[in-house]
Design a protein around this ligand. Structure first.
Ligand SMILES: C[S@@+](CC[C@H](N)C(=O)[O-])C[C@H]1O[C@@H](n2cnc3c(N)ncnc32)[C@H](O)[C@@H]1O
Length: 252
């Protein structure tokens, strides 16, 4: 058996500590606190109201992950990668860390039971199937939709630039979340009208996104259920990161 195979499997099996270390750093705001200046453990422990010794261990774990570095004088600084966990970072993935380390954590823990029972892990965790649970939890909905916007931001400018939208007049983004992709498409193509179609919990944050992008006049926000219907007669229907959420029967 090769050492590489053993090392890879050990990494896979113990991935939980990496996810939780990144989550704890993001939740405590450590990358934000270190953005621009190194700080001592005492200083960080005071500011974050954490136990000093435990925070020190977390910081050293973060150093092992290249999220921060330990300076010769014992202070810590954030790395370029670690800065991606800061709120203000241009390509921030902070919400993704919060979503994965907190909200998703409880769901993944039910994977085995889900496979055995055929019920979704979310149902087994006491929720509804799909995304209905976000309707009753505004905080979780905000973190989830910001997570999706952060991931979509990594590709939305490219999609808006590279796809030929010239022949189209009306684009519907089905399950478009906070509108990150549609707002970029409308910004890049002034002749287009867009419809953002999603559940009510998504549309709450979408208005702000379209206003910020100065395309609110050309976009309609429509709440609905894509299993019941989608807005008719558009030229382009986008389903980005939608089908993977559902089984074949629901998707087709
Ligand atoms: C994984 S997210 C993708 C969001 C967005 N397309 C993106 O890539 O950033 C799935 C989206 O589908 C929406 N959604 C889930 N079930 C839906 C339904 N039955 N009808 C309409 N939208 C739904 C969710 O609210 C969420 O915004």
């Amino acid at each position: 058996m090769s050492g590489a195979a053993i090392a890879r499997l050990v990494d896979i099996i113990s991935a939980s500590w990496m996810c939780q270390a990144a989550y704890a750093a993001a939740e405590l705001g450590i990358p934000d606190l270190l953005d621009g200046a190194s700080r001592s453990v005492d200083d960080l422990a005071r500011t974050t109201r954490c136990d000093r010794a435990s925070l020190f261990r977390l910081l050293r774990a973060l150093a092992a992950l290249d999220i921060c570095i330990e300076n010769a004088d014992g202070s810590f600084a954030v790395t370029e990668m670690g800065r991606l966990l800061a709120t203000r970072s241009e390509c921030s993935l902070r919400s993704w860390a919060l979503w994965a380390g907190n909200y998703q954590w409880q769901v993944w823990g039910r994977l085995l039971a889900s496979v055995q029972s055929g019920r979704t892990a979310r149902q087994l965790a006491g929720g509804d199937r799909g995304f209905v649970h976000l309707e009753a939890d505004a905080t979780a909905a905000a973190v989830f939709h910001e997570t999706m916007a952060q991931l979509t931001r990594l590709v939305s400018l490219q999609v808006a630039r590279d796809y030929d939208f010239a022949p189209a007049q009306h684009v519907v983004d089905v399950g478009g979340g906070h509108g990150e992709l549609l707002a970029n498409i409308l910004s890049a193509h002034e002749h287009l009208h867009g419809t953002l179609y999603d559940r009510p919990h998504a549309l709450k944050g979408a208005e702000a996104q379209f206003r910020r992008s100065k395309v609110a006049q050309r976009c309609t926000l429509l709440a609905g259920d894509f299993f019941q219907a989608v807005p008719p007669a558009a030229d382009i229907y986008i389903l980005k990161s939608i089908l993977h959420d559902w089984d074949d029967h629901a998707s087709v």
